[in-house]
Design a protein around this ligand. Structure first.
Ligand code: ATP
Length: 239
């Protein structure tokens, strides 16, 4: 999953709330969020202190403004506290990111999501009171590692230290078995949330649904249980 896709997923999650968004910092990550929110018909204010960036997004965002968000008066004059969700996508300039986040917390913005550049940055942002801290480079690294370790894992989303959602390709060992027959919940504590078959996606598949080799199963569970299930039923099994 690349940064653009990651931003797309985040934009999609944000979109489900149908609220007013502001994105601060129009680099690759922030820019992707603005584009995705716009594609999904959302109202989004794009902010950057760099004029070129603002011009680049003038026709993409609902409004694009040039502003330095480390200045409290600037944030107040933008009416930032009225936005339901503000995304701070300033990465390299950690000082700006921290100051901006501090200001947003003090102004009591309802939801603040901040992109962290490294683990120390993430720790500070959490201490300041950011509601959600995202770390796309690290998360992408984890996903790629899972992908490399097992060719059956297409994608991986960490929910917490213990729980994840993974996309697994069904192979010979599960071909033509129903979910009841496989009994994954009892045997592995894992739940199949959806089955992707060619262009179709079956959300909450029925217990009698038969799995075909090549189906993509979207599974939620504890990491250790997913690994156990993957080794027993999915490992090296796609030929
Ligand atoms: P990415 O990894 O997302 O591509 P980047 O490395 O291109 O990010 P960063 O330095 O992380 O860029 O900053 C992203 C954007 O945030 C830049 O366009 C920069 O102008 C903007 N920015 C940085 N500081 C501030 C600030 N104080 N106020 C407003 N915008 C800022």
């Amino acid at each position: 999953m690349n940064e653009g896709k990651e931003a797309g997923v985040l934009a999609h999650l944000l979109n489900t709330m149908k609220k007013q968004f502001a994105v601060i910092g129009l680099g690759r990550f922030g820019g992707s969020i603005v584009k995705e929110l716009n594609d999904q018909g959302m109202e989004v204010l794009a902010i950057d202190r760099n004029e070129e960036k603002v011009n680049e997004f003038a026709s993409v965002a609902t409004h694009a403004v040039m502003a330095d968000t480390t200045d409290e008066n600037t944030l107040r004059s933008l009416g930032i506290r009225n936005f339901d969700h503000v995304i701070v996508a300033i990465g390299d300039n950690i000082q700006s990111s921290i100051l901006t986040t501090l200001m947003l917390v003090e102004l009591k913005v309802a939801h603040i999501t901040v992109k962290a550049q490294n683990d120390y940055h993430e720790k500070v942002l959490n201490k300041l009171g950011a509601h959600k801290v995202v770390h796309p480079e690290r998360d992408m690294g984890i996903r790629i590692a899972h992908n490399i370790v097992s060719k059956n894992v297409l994608d991986y989303l960490e929910l917490s230290d213990e729980y994840s959602i993974v996309e697994l390709i069904a192979g010979r060992r599960v071909h033509n078995y129903s979910l009841t027959e496989l009994d994954l919940r009892a045997k592995y504590g894992c739940n199949i949330m959806a089955i992707k078959r060619e262009e179709n996606i079956d959300v909450s598949p029925a217990a009698e649904e038969k799995i075909n080799s090549g189906d993509i199963l979207i599974v939620i569970g504890a990491d250790s249980d997913i690994t156990r299930m993957e080794q027993d039923l999915f490992d090296d099994d796609t030929e």
